[in-house]
Every structure is written in C-alpha cells, then in structure tokens.
Ligand binder design. Structure first.
Ligand SMILES: [Zn+2]
Ligand SMILES: [Zn+2]
Length: 320
C-alpha cells in the first residue's frame, strides 16, 4: 500500500517489463546481455552527450555565423542586438542546465535505520515518491523518469535543472524560429547561396558559406529548420506537462498509476505556489531573479541538502 492507498506501483510495472526483457536476453545470450547492459549504463550516455555537443556546436556556428549576420540585413539594429543578447543568454543556459542535470545525482534514499527496508531490490527505505530504477540500479527520491539524454534518472536532486533545461531549449528554439525566420524562408524559397545575394561580403567566412560549401550550408539550414521545429514542439509539450506535475507537487511516474487521484486533488492557488517554491528551492532568501533567471547551483533543501530520512517531511511535498 502506498501514499495514495492504492496497491499498484508504477515501477513494479516498468520493472517487470524491463526484467522480462533483460532476463530473456541473458538466457539467450549472456554476451549480448552484457553488451546491452553496458550500453544502457554507459554507452547511451556517451553517444547522447556526443550528439548533444555536436548539435550545440552546430547551432552555435549556425546562429552566430549565419542567422544573426543575415537577419541584420533585414531587421532594425536594436532588435538584432537584443535578440543576439537573449540568444547568448539562452545558449549558455541550455549548456549549463544540460551539464548540471547530467552530473547532479537525482537523489538516493539512505538505508533505513530501523531495518525494515522499503525496496525489495536495494533494501533502501522508501519515502513516498521514491522508486527503484532498473537502469540506474538504485532507488531514486521523487523519481520522474529515466532520461537517456542525461544518462540518469530525473529525480528530486536534478529535476529543477532538467526542467530549466526544457524551458531554455523551448524558448531558444522559439526565438530562432521567430527572429531567424528570414534565414530559413529565404534559404528555402531561393535555395542555395541565398545568404550571398548581398551584404555578406564583409564576413571573412563568406567565401566558405557562399562558394566552397554553399550547397552543404543550404542543405544543413533546411535540416536545422525541421530539427528546430521538432525540438520546439516536443520540448514545449514536455514543458507544459512538467508545469502540471510541478503545480500538483508530483512526478510523471506517480501520474502513471495515480493520475485520476492526482488530477482530482485540485490544489489551491496557495498550494500550487508552495509546490513551485519547493520545486525551485526558493527558500533561505533565494529569489527568482537571482537563483532561477541566473544560473544557480542550489538544490532544494527538502530534497538535497538535508539528509533524507523522515517520511513525514517527504509526505508534505507529495500531492496535497
Ligand atoms: Zn531500490
Ligand atoms: Zn534511472
């Protein structure tokens, strides 16, 4: 029986699926199983980080080498300056929050001092909202989901970083689609070398993007347009979803089996506000302007800085 008085446990369902698959693989080929487990624990993380770094460099070169110079031919100077400043800010945020979400532990419960372990697999105590992740091989406090991009779970310790990564990604893609519209549109309608029709001669890389690799640059621009739309759409949807679960003080995993109970709980405005303050760690004099809008390393003390033992404390941050 859990915090909601219901028998079903979301991670039991996922764990059964996961074990069914991995045990089956182990039986058929221990070697393939070992390779698979290595890929799950380390390999995917390396591939995803390499992919993220490649995309981050590509976007940086594209935005600052092509979009901004090209858009400045069409737009008033002040829009270009403000847009570029916001782009630098968002770019820094995306990189910062990706790194922080990847290297900050999601939070593991301590061994239960009374000996009556909550988790059957790792024998750790299980405050409400804690679930065992088969991929990490550990219990995670307020586990949201296991994310292959950051190669670990999103839990109490790194959920704020993860959420701010989503927000930064969504807003940066939106900024690129709105202020960089001319770049994509001209490239698409006039096809190759559209940047080079005029005004690019002063850039020392104009030869590179106009002559040497003009076709490549034009094709990559079209691909980036579609990637930008897809990222914006998916991350935007993910942001909206996260806003819902943060407002309700819950997690995705809890919603898997308790959605109706959570949705019907209808928290008051004050409860929603408290849930956001807890989630963002806005206590001990921290402010939204300096600790959320500016990159900050703080962790919410309810989850991270203080030892996690009392179940009552965790209960207060689950659904009200
Ligand atoms: Zn466990
Ligand atoms: Zn995990």
């Amino acid at each position: 029986m859990d915090a909601y008085g219901e028998m079903a446990s979301p991670e039991e369902f996922i764990d059964n699926l996961w074990r069914g698959y991995t045990e089956d693989l182990r039986r058929r080929s221990p070697f393939a199983h070992r390779i698979f487990m290595f890929m799950v624990r380390h390999g995917f993380g390396i591939i995803m980080r390499a992919f993220f770094t490649t995309m981050a460099i590509l976007y940086f070169v594209f935005v600052f080498g092509i979009v901004i110079p090209f858009e400045s031919l069409y737009k008033p100077r002040w829009i270009v300056i403000i847009g570029s400043a916001v782009a630098v800010y968002l770019y820094f945020n995306v990189v910062f929050y990706f790194i922080m979400a990847s290297i900050t532990g999601p939070g593991n419960p301590k061994k239960n001092p009374h000996g009556n372990a909550g988790c059957k697999v790792c024998l750790k105590s299980k405050p409400p909202g804690t679930h065992h992740c088969s991929m990490c091989g550990a219990c995670i406090i307020k586990m949201d989901h296991h994310c292959v991009w950051i190669n670990q779970c999103v839990g109490a310790g790194n959920h704020r970083y993860f959420f701010q990564l989503l927000v930064s990604l969504t807003t940066s893609m939106l900024l690129l689609l709105t202020l960089g519209y001319n770049t994509f549109y001209n490239n698409y309608t006039r096809n190759v070398f559209s940047y080079c029709a005029g005004g690019f001669d002063h850039l020392f890389w104009s030869e590179f993007i106009c002559n040497d690799y003009g076709v490549w640059v034009a094709n990559i621009t079209q691909v980036l347009f579609f990637i930008t739309v897809v990222i914006w759409f998916l991350m935007g949807g993910f942001c909206v979803w996260n806003c819902f679960i943060i407002s309700y003080g819950t997690t995705y995993l809890e919603c898997l089996t308790h959605f109706r109970t959570i949705f019907n709980s209808r928290p008051s405005f004050d409860q929603i506000k408290t849930n956001w303050q807890i989630f963002l760690g806005l206590s001990r004099g921290r402010s939204f302007w300096t600790h959320i809008l500016l990159p900050s390393f703080h962790v919410c003390e309810r989850y991270g800085e203080e030892p996690v033992t009392p179940d009552e404390e965790m209960l207060s941050v689950v659904v009200h």
